[in-house]
Write a protein that binds this ligand. Structure first.
Ligand code: SF4
Ligand code: SF4
Length: 171
């Protein structure tokens, strides 16, 4: 069985779904997080009435790794997705976890492609938010048959992705 550090190295560097706006729309900061230090690193922080959040896709994510791993918020330090938990417990293999990661990444990329085709190309926003905006625009708009076909493909990809994330990633 892989050590916990090895599992993180193998899975997380091939994944990034908990940093890139696919699993989460933001990271909620907790007592103990140094908000000023995070801002000093150039990370955007949103102060709401009762919560403080870092929006996702995270500005610290470089497509593969966290640029500020040592200073990452407490939530990021504690979070383990179901695949990582199962690998660490010996309940699944690294190969199987990597297959789930690849499937999820493929579905997310497919959804991204349809969103861009439909003019929703703000990759700085979380996938769920872009998807909702796109569906609302479709409900308001006078869309062509081609656009409606792309929307149907998008909905199919998001539906499959959501089911996969619920089943295999959210702990
Ligand atoms: S979703 Fe899981 S495997 Fe992917 S980066 Fe996050 S903790 Fe690692
Ligand atoms: S701070 Fe690092 S670990 Fe946390 S969401 Fe951003 S990239 Fe991921």
């Amino acid at each position: 069985m892989l050590s916990e550090a090895d599992a993180i190295a193998r899975l997380c560097t091939a994944c990034g779904l908990c940093c890139n706006g696919v699993l989460f729309a933001d990271v909620e900061l907790q007592a103990g997080d140094d908000v000023a230090a995070l801002e000093k690193l150039g990370l955007p922080v949103k102060r709401l009435k009762t919560k403080t959040k870092m929006p996702q896709p995270c500005a610290a994510f470089d497509g593969c790794l966290c640029r500020h791993y040592e200073q990452r918020p407490g939530h990021c330090q504690k979070f383990e997705c179901l695949q990582l938990i199962k690998v660490n417990r010996g309940e699944t293999t690294t190969g199987s976890a990597l297959t789930h990661i690849q499937q999820a990444r493929r579905l997310a990329e497919r959804a991204e492609q349809f969103l861009e085709e439909l003019g929703h190309n703000r990759r700085d926003l979380p996938l769920s938010q872009r998807y909702r905006r796109c569906v609302r625009a479709a409900e308001r708009g006078d869309w062509t048959g081609e656009q409606l076909e792309a929307l149907a493909e998008l909905q199919m990809s998001v539906h499959k992705l959501t089911a996969l994330l619920q089943r295999e990633f959210y702990p």
